[in-house]
Every structure is written in C-alpha cells, then in structure tokens.
Design a protein around this ligand. Structure first.
Ligand SMILES: Cc1ncc(COP(=O)(O)O)c(C=O)c1O
Length: 416
C-alpha cells in the first residue's frame, strides 16, 4: 500500500510522544532556581506584595524604555489596558457615552468588548488581505464626522499595522488612536517599536502571549496627561502620588500584584532573544513553504521591520488540496504531529456575542463590508509561537507534513 495520511492510519511525520514541541511558558529548573525563585522570594520577604507597588513601577519603567515611550503602567489584563487607554485618550468621565471606535474585523473579542465596556460604540472595518491588519482605506471610508472618536488598530499575529497611513487618516479627522499590541511585544514598524506609534499602546501578558505572567496588561504612552488618567483609572481614581483617600476622578482597581511584576521583570530579559529566534525560524519556514501548492506563508508588509510572530498565519487554497475542507487539513496536519488551528473562523462582528448585540442594539455596532476578513477567516491555518522556539529541523517537519498532506489530499479529491 502507498503512503497514507496519519489521520487515515499512516505513520505521522512527527511522533510527538518522542519529539514534543516546546511548551510555553518556558519552565526550566535553572531559570526557576537562578532567576524566578529569588525574585518571588524577595517580594515575599519584603512585606510589600501590592501597594505602593515599587516593582510594578520599576517594571513599567523598563517596559516603557523597551517600547520607546516615556510612560507605561502595569495592569492585570490586556482587556483592562484597552479600556484604560481609551478612557484616558478620550478623557472619558466613566458615565457619558464614549463615542464610536473603529476597529478591524479580524481580532480577538477583547478589542471590541473593552470599548463597549467604556460605553463606546463600534464600527468594524476590513483588513489588508496580506498583513491581516486594519486597511487604512477601509478606515477612511468608515469615519462619520461627529460620531467617530477613536481608532483601534491591532498588530495582529505580531505584524505591525500600517500606522503611518492609519495615523494620517486619524489626524485628518482629529481622531485618537490606540494600538492593540496584545500579540506584538517587540514588533517594530519603520524603526519604531509598537506601543510608541500612537496616543497609547496596550499590551497583554496573558499566558499564551510572547511575554507573560499568566495574566497581565500594560498601557504605554508618551503623553503625561494620558498616563496620569490611566493611573487614576487603574487605581480607584487616585492621582499618582496623591493622598490615599483622594479621588479626583472615577476609577477602578486594576492594580497588579508585585509577584506579577517580579516575574515579568525576569522574562523581559529574554524577550528579545526569543523574538529574534522566532523570526529566524519563521523566515526559514517561509522559505520551505513557498513552493508548496495551495500554501501561502505569512507576508511581511512594507514598514514591518520586525514581526513578533505571536502567530504564524498561513493562507490555504483548498482547491489545491483536492477540495478537502480547511478543517480536514487541520485534522490531517495535527495527526502528522503538527499542532495547528483555523484561528478566528468568523469576522468578529459575526460571532454570537456581537451578532446578538447588533440585533438587540443596532445603533451600537456598524459593520462595513469586510470581504478580506471573511476570506482570511475561511482560509487561515495558524501555528502558535511556541513552535517557532524550536529549531530548523523542526521547521522541516512542518514543511514536510504540509507537503505530504497537500500531495495525498490532492490525489484523493473530494467528489464534487
Ligand atoms: C488582540 C488582542 N487584544 C486584546 C487581548 C486581551 O488581553 P487579555 O486576555 O490579557 O485581557 C488579547 C488577548 O488574548 C488579544 O489577542
């Protein structure tokens, strides 16, 4: 009998019981005993596990430096960071309506839920078909003067959005811009780090992210007023360094524990080396995949100086796989020992939560035509960042598995 797909009982390209993939976050004994344990121990013995938060402050300073901004604040989630940043750039008083925020229709739900939580309405726009980030022309067409107040581009998968074009449109209409950098720590656009390319940048340190403390978030900005408003938002409305019982603004509690800051401080030290390694592996894999029929590896758009590769997003042409579905391809690759997923299968506006909102409160959500987002949702195959922490021979397994799946599936076309 000829070669068979592993999903049909054949031998997998990679036996993951023998050769597992790197796990995330990196958990090795030496790192624990030499760096993490002493850092956590120091917090424990210091009697300062929360306020006044000296480690949170010093991590925030280092992170601001890393992002090339004057200020940063450490919060407990990326979602809160988006809410805090929007509240600060729009100077919201927490009760009045926030105005409309324009966001790309290919992103995680937090990019939408955070502005809704701040009483902002939404307008979903299309993405660029190659970089999967907000299309600046679609943004320009969506703006409604007097209604639109802010733009929320996402550096999706680690690829920076086209910030010059987005800023030009936003500036023309006097709109605030907040970058959602949750998937893009360390990415650079035209020489500048993400998080420094707009009024404020927001980050997530949730457990899958390229820099993590299990949960966590940050806001970066160059603007001292925005920073002070973020500080109030996350610390029950207090002004930085003001009296404990003074609340000049309404605020909430999104303060991090000192343990979280201590862990992030350790992991920030290796972020650059890990990001470089992922980029090197992504580059190698892309060269291996270029010749595989029906497979389009990620494309780095103009201005992308450094892709953070939180995700390695492939586009599939299923007609080159004998008409087998994207889900069947995902199943076949997984059986070959290559963990992968379809990623977002619907534009965000079409997911049940947003569809319900649109139906119940049509005035709250506008959806502009999004053919690119629809296509990308239908054709994507995602590999996640820990795989790119492996080595070139492991990338060869990914390429070999895709070659095998494409060849065998195209020979066994689905009857039409
Ligand atoms: C694009 C994007 N924005 C925002 C978030 C929210 O971050 P968090 O999960 O830390 O609240 C995430 C994280 O999953 C994300 O991927």
């Amino acid at each position: 009998m000829g070669e068979q797909l592993a999903v049909d009982g054949g031998t997998p390209i990679r036996d993951i019981a023998q050769r597992s993939w790197p796990e995330w976050p990196i958990a090795d004994e030496t790192l624990w005993s030499e760096r993490v344990e002493p850092a956590l121990r120091e917090v424990f013995l210091s009697h300062v596990e929360g306020l006044p938060g000296p480690r949170a402050e010093s991590f925030a300073e280092r992170f601001a430096d890393y992002c090339g901004t004057k200020h940063a604040r450490l919060l407990v989630h990326g979602t809160d960071a988006i809410g805090a940043a929007l509240s600060a750039v729009l100077d919201l008083d927490a009760w009045g309506e926030g105005g409309e925020v324009i966001l790309p229709n290919y992103t995680f739900i937090a990019t939408a839920s955070a502005p809704l939580d701040r009483r902002c309405t939404l307008a979903f726009v299309d993405i660029d078909p190659e970089t999967f980030t907000m299309d600046p022309d679609a943004l320009a067409e969506a703006i409604v003067p007097g209604r639109t107040r802010a733009v929320l581009p996402v550096h999706l998968a680690g690829h920076p959005a086209d910030m010059d074009a987005i800023r030009a449109v936003a500036d023309k209409h006097g709109l605030a811009v907040v970058e959602d950098c949750a998937q893009a720590h360390g990415a650079r656009y035209k020489g500048k780090p993400v998080g420094s390319l707009s009024h404020a940048g927001t980050f997530s340190f949730q457990s899958t992210k390229n820099l993590t403390s299990g949960e966590g978030g940050a806001v970066t900005t160059d603007d001292a007023d925005i920073d002070a408003r973020v500080a109030g938002f996350m610390d029950v409305g207090r002004a930085p360094r003001a009296g404990r019982w003074e609340y000049p603004r309404l605020g909430w509690n999104y303060r991090p524990s000192e343990y979280l800051a201590a862990l992030l401080s350790v992991r920030l030290e290796t972020l650059d080396a890990e990001t470089d390694h992922r980029a090197k592996m992504a580059d190698y894999l892309t060269r291996q995949l270029r010749a595989v029929p029906g497979v389009t590896p990620p494309i780095e758009g103009e201005g992308c100086d450094r892709h953070a590769y939180h995700l390695y997003c492939i586009q599939l042409d299923t007609t080159q796989f004998g008409g087998h579905s994207r889900d069947a391809i995902v199943r076949a690759l997984t059986a070959e020992g290559i963990p992968c997923s379809p990623g977002y299968t619907l534009p965000l506006s079409e997911t049940p939560a947003l569809a319900h909102l649109r139906k119940t409160y049509p005035e709250v959500v506008r959806v502009l035509p999004c053919p690119n987002a629809e296509r990308v949702c239908a054709n994507s195959l995602w590999l996640t960042q820990p795989l790119l922490l492996a080595e070139t021979e492991d990338m060869d397994d990914i390429a070999e598995a895709l070659v095998k799946v494409q060849r065998l599936m195209s020979c066994a076309a689905v009857a039409s």
